[in-house]
Design a protein around this ligand. Structure first.
Ligand code: IFM
Length: 479
């Protein structure tokens, strides 16, 4: 780990100085990306197809018919990208490893050129003084595993365990921080119930089985990483701050069901060795015979975490609605008589997401109350997609809305630290504009602008602001 990360004795005395939020000594700053969103090089060096390659080819699924075939061409331009990270002053960089580069069909021997790519990346990050932080799974499942049942079946847990061993053996001496999975909520429910992400299906019980297998895969991987590598181990979840649309009992009950779907189905097994007692209320017949849960699974899932990663963007307001599908046996896992509604009176980003920084403080404070065993927190993603994010006549990108978003959310984080929550670091999403899943390239989250025609990288004003914040932080704590 970099020198700035070695002192873990965080002082609770946090304040604001010179207009910038001030963080405790030892707090680290990073930026995050994910393999399919930036790498490109889709057919190179033996990489196999992933479910996202398949999904992107289905007509009408991705805005503009886009795919991650080329994306930001990071697979070839990574030296330039690391130079930009170094100039930015990052303490740490969170990237994800593409499973289909390591095992093109999801099982079998390692594909050496794929491993070599991440080996070079990790070494170059360390040379630049940046701690590598690797996510094992950010949604690009090898297509061959989907063909045999994907996350719905237990054999995919075994495959993930083998994949973890391969990566741990090659990179385990140098990666400083591991994330097993990114946002399993999205994999299980956006992928298998809403159908807006790969594999793009609308299922009921199988989506719940996928949720369980993801947790189990996490537990097995966490054990391997803890036993065989030098890095800290965690998972990146996206727990949501859910607010009832009104105080009407129907909206309150809908919000409670959404809590199970978004939050407790993940957090209860991980942190409290239990499944939520509200599952039957939420899913009815879909959950009543969970044959995919075996004795002993919770013991594996509850493997202690060195930290919990939290991806946070916005609060979600929930209102009661009737079921979309009246037949309980065919309804999807997200058809729980609850729907997201528009939040009036606040700014919305280009994703139409409400901007409410205080809900980050509230979310973290609430988690601490609910889970006394809450491990140290790392904010693994936070940022905003904004309109008009293109170079002006002066060649610069004056993304003041993004700066305000980052500034206010980082300030909200200092409030959570002041509330006694142990928060160790922050990764901005994202280092650069990239492939925003079903939105294709139409939503830009980056600190660095990408011209997708020329692949020119242009740091936005938010990049310079973040550089200033990081420099200020390190200067504040220089002995
Ligand atoms: O781009 C995504 C990322 O892959 C996962 N978390 C949310 C981001 C913004 O939608």
């Amino acid at each position: 780990m970099s020198a700035s990360e070695t002192d873990r004795s965080l002082s609770p005395d946090v304040s604001v100085s010179g207009g910038l939020p001030v963080f405790p000594r030892g707090f680290f700053f990073g930026a995050a990306t994910a393999s399919y969103q930036i790498e490109g090089g889709a057919g190179e060096d033996g990489r196999g197809p992933s479910i996202w390659d398949t999904y992107c080819r289905r007509p009408g699924r991705i805005t503009g018919g886009a795919s991650g075939d080329v994306a930001c061409d990071h697979y070839h331009r990574w030296p330039e990208d690391i130079a930009l990270m170094k100039d930015l002053g990052l303490d740490t960089y969170r990237f994800s490893i593409a499973w289909p580069r390591i095992q093109p069909t999801g099982t079998g021997p390692a594909n050496t050129p794929g491993l070599d790519f991440y080996d070079r990346l990790v070494d170059a990050l360390l040379d630049a003084g940046i701690t590598p932080a690797a996510t094992l799974y950010h949604w690009d499942l090898p297509q061959a595993l989907e063909d045999t049942g994907g996350w719905r079946v237990r054999s995919t847990v075994d495959a993930f365990t083998d994949y973890t061993r391969i990566v741990a053996e090659r990179l385990g001496d140098r990666v400083g921080r591991w994330f097993t999975l990114n946002e399993p909520f999205c994999t299980a429910f956006v992928g298998h119930a809403i159908g807006r992400h790969a594999p793009g299906t609308r299922e009921g019980t199988p989506a719940l089985a996928a949720a369980h297998h993801l947790l189990l895969a996490h537990g097995h991987a966490a054990r391997i990483l803890k036993d065989t590598t030098r890095g800290d181990v965690g998972i990146a979840l996206n727990p949501d701050r859910l607010l009832p649309a009104t105080h009407d009992p129907a909206d309150l009950a809908a919000c409670a069901r959404a809590e199970t779907l978004h939050n407790t189905i993940w957090l209860d097994p991980l942190l409290a060795h239990r499944y939520p007692t509200t599952e039957t209320d939420t899913w009815g017949p879909l959950i009543q015979d969970p044959t995919w849960r075996h004795d002993g699974d919770l013991d594996i899932i509850t493997t202690p975490l060195d930290f919990l990663g939290i991806n946070y963007y916005r609060p979600i307001t929930i209102a009661h609605t009737p079921h979309q599908d009246p037949d309980p046996t065919t309804r999807t896992a997200t058809d729980i008589r609850a729907t997201e509604t528009w939040q009036d009176g606040v700014r919305h980003t280009a994703m139409d997401w409400p901007v409410v920084p205080s809900s980050l403080t509230d979310l973290l404070t609430d988690l601490k109350h609910r889970y006394p065993t809450l491990p140290p927190i790392v904010i693994t993603e936070n940022g905003s997609a904004e309109h008009g994010d293109t170079p002006g006549p002066d060649g610069r990108i004056h993304d003041t809305d993004r700066i305000t978003y980052l500034h206010t959310h980082l300030t909200a984080l200092t409030h959570a630290i002041n509330n006694g929550i142990d928060i160790r670091g922050y990764y901005a999403w994202s280092l650069m504009d990239n492939f925003e899943w079903a939105h294709g390239y139409t939503k830009r989250f980056g600190l660095i602008h990408i011209d997708y025609t020329t692949q020119t990288r242009t740091p936005k004003d938010s990049y310079h602001w973040y550089h200033h914040l990081i420099t200020h932080h390190h200067n504040t704590h220089t002995p």
